[in-house]
Ligand binder design. Structure first.
Ligand SMILES: Cc1cc2nc3c(=O)[nH]c(=O)nc-3n(C[C@H](O)[C@H](O)[C@H](O)COP(=O)(O)OP(=O)(O)OC[C@H]3O[C@@H](n4cnc5c(N)ncnc54)[C@H](O)[C@@H]3O)c2cc1C
Length: 438
């Protein structure tokens, strides 16, 4: 009999039965991870590891009496957003890839555009349930301290410089729900979660066209500094450079060989943001600022990373992109570092969560430049470590970033991972190739 290499589950009872068998499994949902190359995973997983598809488990959503959203099974961010809107509510996390799953979003500690105004997903989780290695379900609460039979004080000390980052190089492990948040499915299978919501209010987007950051980034940095005082009014501050925009059909490209920064704001805050922020910018003219409706803006925003993904697929290379967040003090250093990348003779683009000093630089290499780009990325991660920055602030570590994350783990982190695995995964069945094995 040949061994199964992938298995789809249609209920959590089937998952429970599978868990009892102890078969090593990489449980997955929509497979939109950019750090696990599902399309060519052969050879990257141990020969005995099975792919366990959870996206076939029927999803369910409801609003709790506190008006939080309760999600179980497979539900995408798009579905959760539409469900909340239909009930006059809004979900605060908005990853660019809306077809990714909500529960997997917890596993990857996914963030997104709206982290500028609403912080990270971690702070929006109220409670969750997960299946352990014997298939038993447990509930974890965000308001209860994580209580483990081993000491976490050194780990917490190491974590503290990263407290204000969207994601640190390793999971927070402070409250119960942290056990499943950003641990990438290495300690259990998440079955349901309750997330906070807010009342829906009409929003709009303000676009600012800028010179190319490679030529002059003063206007960009002025905006970065200015928006920091408007976190209550602005939900997202996103950047797309001219190279990224060039992948779009010309009718979708709002600029002419220009970069764009856009702000997501509530309609009712338009006057305030315009008068008190935009009209005071000294490096950007009023003619370069315009409003765009939410659906057009989302379409544009989503088209960019998808187009980049398609170009890489055509070239037969895996993504060579960064996911770095740094402190405000280091933001100019990061931009300077990225500028040095533009002189290497490899095509590139830059976009991301500008207001949070979190930008994705992507090399677009031909296959013969693959190793060269990896060396360049290693150079950056070395710098990020010395800056106390976060190397992978939203897409996680998966398989592709393991090599780069290893220097960020001291013996303290490795020891905690070993103890966690021993306690929660004694049979080694939860994504054994994940970062906890570094
Ligand atoms: C175009 C594009 C844009 C993106 N934009 C963003 C963005 O803005 N922000 C962001 O954070 N990410 C982004 N991503 C990355 C990706 O969408 C996220 O990492 C997302 O959370 C993955 O969800 P998924 O359902 O595809 O999970 P998968 O890729 O199927 O799995 C990802 C991880 O989650 C684990 N997992 C899945 N389900 C469970 C479960 N029920 N229990 C335990 N573990 C589980 C898996 O083991 C795996 O480690 C983007 C990706 C693309 C392609």
């Amino acid at each position: 009999m040949t061994r199964e290499i992938s298995k789809s589950f249609y209920s959590f009872d089937e998952v429970k039965a599978h868990l009892k068998s102890g078969v090593p499994t990489l449980y997955h949902s929509s497979q939109t991870s950019t750090v696990i190359p599902f399309e060519k995973i052969q050879g990257l997983l141990n020969p005995s590891t099975v792919l366990g598809n959870l996206s076939t488990i029927k999803g369910h959503m409801e609003l709790t009496p506190e008006k939080n959203i309760s999600v179980s099974g497979f539900v995408t961010w798009k579905e959760a957003k539409e469900f909340c809107r239909a009930h006059g509510r809004e979900i605060m996390t908005s990853p660019t890839e809306e077809l990714a799953g909500v529960l997997s979003g917890i596993a990857t500690s996914c963030t997104g555009e709206r982290s500028f105004g609403f912080k990270n997903l971690r702070s929006q989780i109220v409670e969750l349930t997960y299946l352990d290695h014997e298939g038993c379900e447990h509930k974890l609460s965000a308001d209860k301290k994580l209580n483990l039979p081993f000491d976490l004080s050194s780990y917490q000390k190491d974590f503290s410089p990263y407290k204000n980052f969207k994601n640190a190089p390793y999971p927070r492990l402070e409250f119960e729900t942290d056990l499943m948040t950003g641990t990438e499915g290495q300690l259990g299978v998440i079955t349901s979660a309750v997330l906070k919501t807010i009342p829906y209010e009409e929003e709009t987007y303000l676009f600012i066209l800028l010179p190319r950051w490679e030529d002059n980034y003063e206007p960009h940095l002025e905006i970065y500094n200015a928006v920091q005082n408007f976190r209550d009014e602005i939900r997202a501050v996103e950047f797309i450079d001219s190279n990224s925009l060039s992948y779009l059909p010309s009718e979708k490209n709002p600029g002419k060989n220009q970069d764009a920064i856009f702000l997501e704001i509530r309609k009712k805050d338009f006057e305030k943001v315009y008068e008190e922020l935009l009209s005071k910018l000294t490096h950007s003219d009023e003619e370069t600022i315009f409003e765009m409706n939410p659906s057009k803006c989302r379409d544009l925003r989503m088209s960019v990373p998808r187009a980049i993904f398609e170009v890489n697929t055509r070239m037969g290379v895996t993504k060579k992109g960064t996911d770095v967040q740094v402190s405000s003090e280091r933001f100019k250093d990061l931009m300077d570092f990225y500028r040095s990348y533009t002189k290497l003779g490899v095509a590139y683009n830059l976009f991301g969560h500008f207001g949070d000093a979190h930008l994705h630089f992507n090399f677009m290499p031909t296959p013969d430049k693959n190793d060269f780009c990896n060396e360049q990325l290693e150079r950056l991660y070395h710098q990020v470590l010395s800056w106390h920055g976060s190397p992978f602030a939203e897409h996680g570590i998966g398989l592709l970033k393991k090599k780069f994350i290893a220097p960020f783990f001291s013996e303290t982190e490795k020891q905690v991972f070993r103890q966690l695995k021993k306690q929660f995964d004694p049979k080694g069945q939860f994504f054994p190739e994940g970062f906890m094995s570094c």
